[in-house]
Write a protein that binds this ligand. Structure first.
Ligand SMILES: NC(=O)c1ccc[n+]([C@@H]2O[C@H](COP(=O)([O-])OP(=O)(O)OC[C@H]3O[C@@H](n4cnc5c(N)ncnc54)[C@H](O)[C@@H]3O)[C@@H](O)[C@H]2O)c1
Length: 219
């Protein structure tokens, strides 16, 4: 990320903007208005203008935004111009699905190593990714300069593995397990919980069914 602070809600919308701008760029479009962007990404145009204002005056009145310069700006901010190696721990049902997906939409993130305790899996290559035994965790993380780890292990293994990751100097954990892992301030955890997301969706449908709104628009 760039070295200036932007609100969390704005940061969460950046990948959304980036994906649509890439689409416009590939389609040969040179400019886009906030209204057009708003319709495509389902974020209201006032929010888009406010988000963009955090990066300085990028738009021109009556012209809109220049697609290429916006894209270059976002690519830099999102670190899309360099490749981030990510490790995955726990190659079960969920781990397999993520390995198979391996972030095909982006060229900037890839799972370069996976780890498991199952001897039937270790030493094999799954979806193009080598599976290492857990006793190689620290050395592989160091050798491959891995800073971010996806955790898809059973709940009871999550905290012990997290403690090893902290010692190995990992700074980000995408936690799919249902427990809230403990980490120091130097490590950032992003929890992913599909049940939670579904319940939030059900809540909004039940309570706000007359005013459909995306999460991005409601900050
Ligand atoms: N966040 C979500 O929405 C969501 C959805 C589904 C599952 N989950 C959670 O994701 C985790 C994985 O679910 P799953 O269905 O893939 O389970 P799974 O049992 O199919 O896979 C777990 C894998 O972890 C490996 N493993 C076990 N102990 C380990 C250890 N100490 N170190 C390294 N690897 C180890 C196992 O060998 C197995 O390959 C669970 O905690 C589950 O609750 C979360």
């Amino acid at each position: 990320m760039a070295d200036f602070k932007i609100p969390k809600a704005t940061a969460k919308r950046l990948p959304l903007y980036y994906r649509y701008l890439t689409f416009l760029h590939n389609a040969g479009k040179q400019k886009v208005s906030s209204t057009e962007l708003s319709e495509a990404v389902k974020v209201d145009s006032a929010t888009i203008r406010r988000d963009f204002s955090y990066f300085g005056a990028l738009g021109k009145r009556g012209y809109g935004y220049d697609v290429d310069s916006l894209l270059a700006f976002f690519a830099k901010t999102l670190n899309q111009d360099h490749l981030t190696n990510v490790a995955l721990i726990g190659v079960g049902n969920l781990g397999h699905a993520l390995l198979n997906y391996n972030f095909r939409q982006t060229n900037s993130v890839r799972i370069s190593a996976a780890f498991d305790v199952n001897p039937d899996l270790t030493g094999t290559i799954q979806s193009g990714v080598p599976i290492y035994p857990m006793d190689e965790l620290e050395t592989q993380i160091k050798d491959q300069q891995i800073d971010i780890v996806i955790l898809t292990v059973p709940t009871q293994a999550a905290q012990d593995i997290t403690d090893r990751l902290i010692k190995a100097n990992v700074h980000g954990i995408l936690n799919f397990t249902p427990i809230r892992i403990s980490v120091p301030d130097t490590v950032r955890v992003q929890n992913v919980d599909l049940v939670n997301e579904l319940q939030t969706l059900i809540y909004f449908i039940d309570h706000y069914s007359n005013q459909p709104k995306t999460e991005e628009a409601a900050d």
